[in-house]
Design a protein around this ligand. Structure first.
Ligand code: PRP
Ligand code: 7HP
Length: 176
């Protein structure tokens, strides 16, 4: 039976924080004079949300959605289910979806369509990581921390089978 192990560090905690500071500045400039609702996609994006929101200078509120597409697998099933919906209405509000990673794009494609049907004033996407090589549907983030190669990564909120989320760096998960 194959075993998973942390093979190497892909992005250090310092590199992550530096990029988040830049993203926060860019978002603050783009939303100057507006209030912003950050919609965090549980669970992987919580650490990114916590760091990003403290780098945004316009007034922000936060809300959470939980969707499920992966379970204990490293490949997407393509089936997206809402496990927890937003607590608030987003009608006429400026909204920014906060994701940890875009892989096939199936999760965000579904979320974007679902949220757009609720008539927000605007809806954009920020993702910490993007794996463009893996894309199955057309979706592009408005803000992206890092484009990464097609390797399974864990840490900084990202898991494999609910493990490794608390690693401070983003690491590649290998198999032996
Ligand atoms: C991960 C990640 C994204 C999604 C990306 O979530 O947080 O939401 O997969 O994959 P896709 O682009 O192929 O759809 P996951 O379902 O693993 O849940 P988690 O955040 O709770 O770990
Ligand atoms: C989902 C996901 N979760 C953790 N690590 C990755 O590389 C992933 N891709 N898609």
């Amino acid at each position: 039976m194959s075993q998973k192990y942390v093979e190497k560090v892909l992005l250090t905690r310092e590199e992550i924080q530096k990029r988040i500071t830049e993203l926060g500045a860019e978002i603050s400039r783009d939303y100057a004079g507006q209030d912003l609702l950050l919609i965090c996609v549980l669970k992987g994006a919580v650490i990114f949300l916590a760091d990003l929101m403290r780098q945004i200078s316009v007034p922000v509120e936060i809300d959470f959605m939980a969707v499920s597409s992966y379970g204990a697998a490293t490949v997407s099933s393509g089936v997206v289910r809402i496990l927890k919906d937003l607590d608030v209405s987003i009608e006429n509000r400026h909204c920014l979806i906060v994701e940890d990673i875009i892989d096939t794009g199936l999760t965000l494609k579904y979320l974007e369509e679902n949220l757009n049907s609720r008539q927000p004033a605007s809806l954009k996407i920020v993702t910490l990581l993007d794996k463009p090589e893996r894309r199955q549907v057309e979706i592009a983030p408005d803000y992206c921390g890092f484009q990464i190669p097609d390797e399974f990564v864990v840490g900084y909120g990202l898991d494999f089978d609910e493990k490794y989320r608390s690693l401070p760096d983003i690491c590649v998960l290998g198999e032996k």
